[in-house]
Design a protein around this ligand. Sequence first.
Ligand SMILES: [Zn+2]
Length: 172
Amino acid sequence: MKKWDATKAKVKKQQQEDLKDPYLSAIEFKDPSICSKCRSVYHNKRWVKDEELYKNLMKNPDKVVFTVCPACQKIETGYMEGDVELKGDFLFKHKDEIVNLIKNTAEKANYINPLERIEKINIDEENKTIEIITADDKLAQRIGKNIERAYKGTIEYSFSKEDKMTRVYWKR
Ligand SMILES: [Zn+2]
């Protein structure tokens, strides 16, 4: 998967200063905006998943700006901030259970912050690895923490300040 770099030069300086998400800081969203892909709503300076609010806004669609939220943009362009790598025999014995835990973690996080989203889960039966690509770095950390809490094992985190990237390695 390629990292998003279309406007890398433009956002690089900003990232070094405050490590902000380029997709959040590069675009100014109007309030209210609705993501036409996932129905997330931009309101009070943040993206929320709120069906009520969405329905209310849709009563007057003329007053709404339709756009694509940062998470959907990231998924479209293949930009990623988190990479979780799981490995081991134990993992494959409990594969379905662990994949469920990962999906539940993402679902809960996504409810609070719609920008925390899984882009892809790659299951490699042959090498006994599962890789989870996330649009947001915090979600990768959350997944790692939850797996360690539930199944112990060994875990390692690596953070790259350069490109706001979190990698998590877990093995059991
Ligand atoms: Zn969206």
